[in-house]
Design a protein around this ligand. Structure first.
Ligand SMILES: Nc1nc2c(ncn2[C@@H]2O[C@H](COP(=O)(O)OP(=O)(O)OP(=O)(O)O)[C@@H](O)[C@H]2O)c(=O)[nH]1
Length: 261
């Protein structure tokens, strides 16, 4: 199957961890990929990551904050100044190569309008990352991000998703005004345990950097989850094989509790 696909575009190759936007509200501020992830990629021990796994990313937020434009700027390098409401949902696929491993993101663009929300929310399930968008020129849209997050988390396992809070339309915000809302946005992002970004789909500022960061952090967490799964499997086997032998059983148990820490 893989050989039938065209090679990954050269501008979708990620060899180094892209940096966060703001150190105060970052998922982590390590300067490179987790060493276990780098090692697993070198030794091609990434399990389903790189083969069948496609990571689902949902993009939510008030109507007209610029969700569609953000996705279109990254996926198609286009910008439409006319507003067309998203009805229900739409999605785009993006293929990356991270540390030499193929990795695909499915980007789900959802409707912000109240009347389409119930259709859109049926697509929230199974997300690996949630991107909550607000308009940096509209404080109400920032206040509403908590509700968007709560709705998206109803359909997902909160301990298993990674969160991004994205301020859009930065081009329309004079620097002095922007820095005021940034202060509030960072506060909100920290409360949510989300990583904060500010972008402009009109100029393209930070759009590519943002999606590269999303792809990288989603990839990193997928590989770590795979590694955890395979070590849990190994421990399980030891327990099963040796359960007649008290000593070894204990060793396996001890290893297990060490891993969980
Ligand atoms: N100046 C500027 N305008 C933007 C930017 N992003 C989006 N817009 C404009 O904002 C309006 C709404 O953008 P959309 O991307 O359609 O908004 P949405 O969040 O997808 O809206 P719904 O589908 O209704 O939820 C459009 O008129 C866009 O041209 C930006 O970065 N800068």
């Amino acid at each position: 199957m893989m050989s039938m696909l065209a090679p990954v575009r050269r501008d979708r190759i990620i060899a180094e961890l892209p940096q966060c936007f703001h150190k105060e509200a970052a998922l982590h501020s390590r300067s490179s990929f987790h060493p276990q992830v780098t090692g697993a990629c070198q030794e091609q021990r990434t399990g389903t990551v790189g083969r069948f796994k496609i990571s689902k990313i949902i993009v939510v937020g008030d109507l007209s904050v610029g969700k569609t434009c953000l996705i279109n700027r990254f996926c198609k390098d286009t910008f439409d100044k006319n507003y067309k409401a998203t009805i229900g949902v739409d999605f785009e696929m993006e293929r990356f190569e991270v540390l030499g491993v193929p990795f695909s993101l499915q980007l789900w663009d959802t409707a912000g309008q109240e009347r389409f929300k119930c259709i859109a929310s049926t697509y929230y399930r199974g997300a690996q990352a949630i991107v909550i968008v607000f308009d940096v020129n509209d404080v109400a849209s920032l206040a509403h991000t908590r509700q968007w997050l709560a709705d998206a988390l109803k359909e997902n396992d909160p301990s298993n998703v990674i969160l991004f809070l994205v301020g859009s339309k930065k081009d329309l915000s004079p620097p002095a005004q922007y820095s005021l809302i940034e202060r509030d946005a960072i506060k909100v992002a920290k409360e949510m345990h989300a990583e904060y970004w500010a972008v402009s789909s009109l100029t393209g500022e930070n759009v590519r950097e943002f999606f590269f960061r999303v792809a990288s952090l989603t990839f990193e967490s997928s590989v770590l989850a795979e590694l955890e799964k395979s070590s849990a499997r190994k421990i399980g086997d030891v327990v099963r094989i040796c359960s007649a032998d008290g000593d070894l059983y204990l060793t396996a148990q001890r290893r297990k509790s060490k891993c969980c820490r």
